[in-house]
Structures are given as C-alpha cells and as structure tokens.
Design a protein around this ligand. Structure first.
Ligand code: AHR
Length: 660
C-alpha cells in the first residue's frame, strides 16, 4: 500500500469517532528542533514491580501449584485429600524446625490402595491456566524412608472434571530426592487442577510439589509467564524497580523483604505471608503468600532480559509507617547496611566473592551491572533521615558511582514531603522518589509541576503514579481513558522537564482479575490471558519514543502545559534523526493544529502519526476487548516545515518525522 492510501485509510478510521466541533483558528505550535534543552536519561521510563494483586505468585511467576511446600499459615490451604476406588489414606503435616529452617514443613502421606488411589488435589491460583498441546513439567521432592512400594500418578483435570493430561512416577528412594515427569494438556482451561494420586501400600514424605509450563519466558526453568513478560518487553522499559512498594517495608520488621532469603535453591527460600493478604479488609486474600520463587536473582534476570536497568529497593530498618511503624534502633542498623553491601556484591561482584559466587552458581557468572538502588519505600520523618544518612554514607564511601534513590514519603506535597526534600537537598541526594495516586484533575494541574524544580538539586524519580478516577483504591476506579489521558498530559510535563525528572514509573504494574487488592493497575490478566490498559499504551508511547534530547515545543512562546487544554512535549532522537511530538488534547473539542518545525528540515515522506482516543472517557479495555482503547493510525500532512493535523477531542497524539 502506498503511503497516501495509508493516510486516507487512517483519516477514515479517525473520523469514525464522535462528531466534534472544530476550533475556528488553528492552534499554532512551534518546535525548536535545533535547540536541545536537556538530555533524556536512557532509563527515563521504567516499570514498578511489586507482588501485589497476585503479580508474582499466581501471576508472572509461572508456578501453577499453590502452597507447593505446605508453608502457608494453614498448611493444607489450596490442597484437598482425594480418594478413588477402595483406597484409604492419611496426610500428616510434619515440621522439621531447625533442621530445615526455611522450609520446615512437609507432608507425610500414608496410603493403602490395592485398588484405586489416595492423594491430594491442588486448586492452583484461582485454578490453573493450561493450554491444549502444551507441555507441563511436574516435579516433587519425595523421601521414601520405609522403602514403600508406592507409585504416583499425576493428573491434570479440567474444571468440568475431565482428565486432560497424565504422567507417572515411581522408584522412590530413601533421602530427599527430586522426581520429575512431564505431561501434555489435551485441552485449554483457565480453571484446571492437579491431582497427585498414590497407589500401593506404605508411606512417603513429599514437599515442593510443582507444575510449570514448559513454555516460560525464554523457556527458563523456574521461569516467568511468557505473555506477561512480553507485555513488559514491548514497553521497552528503561528500568525495573523491585520488589516494591510497601512489600519492602513489611507490616512489621519481621515481615520485611529480605533479599537473602529469596536467592539460592528454590526449596531453601523462606516463604512469608504477603502483606497484601490482610491489608485491605474489603479485599482479603487469605491465600496470598510470597514463595520467593521469583526472588532477587530472577528480578535481576528479568531486568536484563527486557533490556532494563535493575533498581532494587532495600529495607532501611523501618517497617510500614501506616502499619506498625517499627524501626530498628540506630545501634542495630548495621545488618541492614551489610545487606545492602552484600546485595551489591551479589549483583556486581566477581565469582570469587561470596555473593558473586552464589550468583554464578545460580547461572549468571557475569555481573548484573547494578548502578542504582533505593533506600526504603514510603518512609518519612527524622527516623528515615537518620537511617538514610548512615546507609548513604557507607554506600558512597565504598561505591561512589552507585546512585541512591531516597523517599519523599507517600504524598506529593505537605509537611513530610517538604521536610524530606529539604533534608535530601542538604545531603546532596541523587534521586528523590515522589509518589502520586491522584485525580485526573490533579494530573492535568501538575503537568507543569516540575517547571520550577531546581535543576541543580537531587533529581526526581516519579516512582509510583496513577490517575485514580474514583479516588483511593475504590473498586470502581477503572483504568479508563479518562485516567490514561490525564497521565499522558502529566507525562508531557515529565518529559519536558527531563533535566530534573530522570526516571518515572506507573504503579502498580499487574493485577489478576480475580485476585486483585489495588486498582487501577497497568496490566490485567487471568490464568490464560492478559491485556494492557489504556494507561499501558500511554506508557508505551512514551517509553518506545523517548528520544535522546528534549527540544522546546511552544505556543505563543510558552510551554504547552494546559492552556486551551493542550499538553505537549517534543524530543529528538539524535541517533535515528527523528523528531517526536506528543500532544494531549484534554478538551471535548477538536482542534485544527499546525506544528512548525524550526532549525531542521523534516522529511515529509517519513511522517507518521498515531492517536489514542475513545468514544467515552469511561471506556476501558478488557480480556475480551483488549485493544478497545489503543493507538490507531491518524493523519498528518507535512508541507515544508509545517505539520498539519486535527487533534480530536480528548485524544493523545504521537507524531514522528525524520529530520536533517
Ligand atoms: O502501588 C501500591 C502501593 O502504593 C505501594 O506498595 C506503596 O508504595 C504505595 O503506597
């Protein structure tokens, strides 16, 4: 198809929208493409990963068995006993205590099944998502101290009770050994379950019962759900912040995130309750735990796999100040500081160092090249500054090139925020993490927030933000177009101010449709499918088109930051010689617009344009309509140095053109 006919088709598509009044006079914008005002950090647009909403276990971590090691508070949660024929049997949960401190429990199964069988069925995470024709890898730790002649049949069963896959194991020996087998699913089902059925007579001990799809991201064992990682990969994120969020802090210090318990052999990682299990009484999740199958090694690997810088956040001796607010006494902070130093060694140390050698044993001899880390999450007040000072001093003495991200508290303004910014400026902090879960109105208003920020002080990391149309974490607060459009407007302000805003990430990232605690979220999924929200496509537009340098885009000599409901930013990419303009039109009326490009000559034939818009501000994407609100081609005409287009009402445009 010739380019002209693409534009004709695009025009037809766009004009399918609601009829809109067109402004009489064209809006005139000017881009000064030869006057770069700031460099854009390669890591500018990133992602924020927290195990909330079943993002890890039951989400991106592809394990299908829930409570595989019987370590939930209720050891048999997710499991039920199962008998067929005349069999009988019993399951006893035993606790090895200190003999296996991180994974003390196992199940002692006694079976008497001359015919039929006795065993367990696992319900998975709101069921198990399996696909027809795909291979699933089963593994189990078994100890057969009594040399019992028992055999094991493993069955995949559909929601309506049909057997859709089977494999078997026998020859169990004394001592703990791992046994593996694989099966192929005969059907696609989002709500399958797994049966493990023993036959024969005797007893065995079992632990770490696991079923993984063979096809994970890069087919890694103990891997990640490929469709979910693909959505992240497609974003081209500059960084991955992990593991959160409040999960870093814990409700109390005992339940804080401790990275050392999340690395090494999977069966030796220490599972704990997920803080989102009980956080919101209106969204209880009694079966929400952290198996840490997705631990720090896997987070580093994920970052590398998707071309992003790792940004781990460490606990700084403070539990969540909304919960217990516990702090470790200053004279007992040393282990926390040591954890940070050891983490750097784990990420960057060579294979002769203690922690570098663990990384190498786990499969990654080369360093992960960690360049930054965060100290605490939403911490505030003097107790934070006191602890930050000690951590920052130690870090900078040993690793002056590693950048530190510091907290400005949970709100984007107020006394706590002002106090922390003042202190962090005085301390010459590297990056200050700001969080805003606010209304669309707030987002529009704050598109010019950073225009007046000091360029010489610490840089801004907009580490968690999302537009909430209904306030707070209200269940009705959807990821709709109203929210995404206001985020696009704000993001033009972040981009325009790339001189001071060095990093930004929407939050939270993932939510399971049947198991979420916090809403809205960037990507939603069930056990088989996933989709990006309108906010996802806005993030993608910025992250995929970040350019290398900000260039001014002006209207009447001023930044385009809300006048006539327009918000705009423009960048050049000095490597690809592209000029990229982003414009959000927040008003209901269409606007005839002319963008004059000064200082370079543009290649008319190379121009392209995409629009995001919706019939209604309340429109959102679903599993069945995953791209209802997503970018579509739109028309732009180029004559000489002028780009002409109509900005539809309540729309967001991405315009690209090559220049010389
Ligand atoms: O993103 C959800 C939560 O919001 C994060 O855990 C916390 O940092 C913030 O309060």
């Amino acid at each position: 198809m010739k380019r002209t006919s693409i534009y004709a088709a695009a025009l037809a598509l766009v004009s399918l929208g609601v009829p809109q009044a067109l402004s009489a006079q064209p809006v005139k914008l000017t881009v000064e493409a030869n006057k770069p005002v700031a460099e854009i950090q390669p890591s500018m647009w990133g992602i924020f990963f927290e195990d909330i909403n079943f993002a890890a276990d039951g989400g991106i971590y592809a394990e299908l068995v829930k409570n595989r090691s019987f370590e939930f508070l209720t050891p048999m949660m997710g499991w039920k006993e199962l008998k067929t024929g005349n069999a009988s049997g019993k399951v006893l949960i035993e606790n090895r205590g200190d003999a296996h401190i991180n994974n003390p429990r196992f199940a002692h199964v006694t079976v008497d099944a001359a015919n039929g069988g006795f065993g367990l069925t696992n319900e998975g995470f709101r069921g198990m998502g399996v696909k027809e024709g795909e291979q699933y890898n089963f593994s189990i730790l078994v100890r057969n101290s009594e040399n019992s002649p028992v055999k094991l049949t493993v069955e995949l069963v559909s929601a309506d009770g049909k057997k859709i896959g089977e494999c078997s194991l026998d020859g169990f020996k004394d001592g703990w050994n791992q046994y593996t087998a694989s099966l192929t699913s005969k059907a696609t089902d989002a709500k399958a379950r797994l049966n493990i059925i023993f036959t024969g007579k005797g007893s065995v001990d079992i632990d770490m019962v696991s079923l993984f799809p063979h096809h994970t991201w890069k087919n890694r064992p103990n891997g990640l759900r490929a469709d979910l990682v693909q959505l992240l990969y497609d974003l081209k994120p500059g960084f991955v912040r992990f593991p959160g969020g409040c999960i870093v802090e814990g409700r109390d210090l005992a339940n804080r995130y401790q990275w050392k318990t999340t690395v090494g052999k999977v069966e030796e990682r220490k599972q704990i309750i997920n803080r989102w299990n009980t956080e919101f009484s209106w969204r209880p999740a009694p079966d929400y735990f952290q198996s840490y199958g997705l631990g720090f090694y896997e987070y580093f690997l994920l970052s590398e796999d998707i071309g992003a810088e790792p940004l781990p956040i460490i606990n700084c001796g403070m539990a969540c100040q909304y919960n217990t607010g516990e702090v470790v006494p200053m004279n007992q902070l040393e282990p926390y500081v040591q954890d940070m130093l050891d983490l750097i060694e784990f990420a960057n140390g060579d294979a002769t160092t203690k922690w570098g050698s663990l990384r190498a044993q786990m499969g990654h001899p080369a360093p992960f090249n960690l360049k930054m880390l965060g100290v605490g999450n939403e911490q505030w007040d003097e107790q934070y500054v006191d602890r930050y000072k000690v951590i920052a001093k130690t870090l900078k003495e040993k690793y002056p090139n590693i950048k530190l991200v510091a907290s400005s508290g949970p709100s984007p303004d107020g006394d706590r925020f002002d106090y922390l910014w003042k202190e962090l400026k005085a301390l010459n902090g590297d990056l200050v993490d700001e969080h805003y879960y606010q209304s669309p109105e707030w987002f529009y208003k704050n598109a010019s927030r950073y225009d007046s920020y000091d360029r010489k002080g610490p840089k801004v990391f907009a580490g968690e933000y999302a537009s909430h149309t209904k306030g707070g974490t209200a269940p009705e607060s959807r990821n709709n177009w109203e929210a995404a459009l206001s985020e696009a407007a704000l993001m033009t302000g972040l981009e325009r101010n790339a001189a001071v805003v060095h990093m930004a990430s929407y939050a939270p990232l993932f939510a399971h449709i049947e198991a979420w605690q916090w809403n809205p979220d960037l990507i939603w999924f069930d056990n088989l499918r996933s989709f990006g929200t309108p906010s996802y496509y806005v993030q993608k537009a910025f992250a995929n088109n970040k350019g290398t340098n900000v260039v001014p885009i002006l209207c009447g000599g001023a930044a385009v930051a809300g006048k006539d409901s327009l918000y705009a930013s423009s960048v050049i990419d000095q490597k690809s010689h592209e000029l990229i303009v982003k414009v959000a039109n927040a008003s209901a009326s269409a606007k005839a617009t002319q963008i004059e490009v000064k200082g370079v000559s543009v290649n008319a034939k190379s121009a392209s344009c995409q629009v995001m818009q919706a019939q209604n501000l309340a429109d959102y994407n679903t599993l069945d309509t995953p791209t209802k609100v997503a970018p579509k081609p739109a028309a732009v005409k180029v004559a000489g140095s002028k780009l002409t287009l109509t900005l539809d009402g309540r729309s967001f445009y991405l315009i690209k053109v090559k220049y010389k």
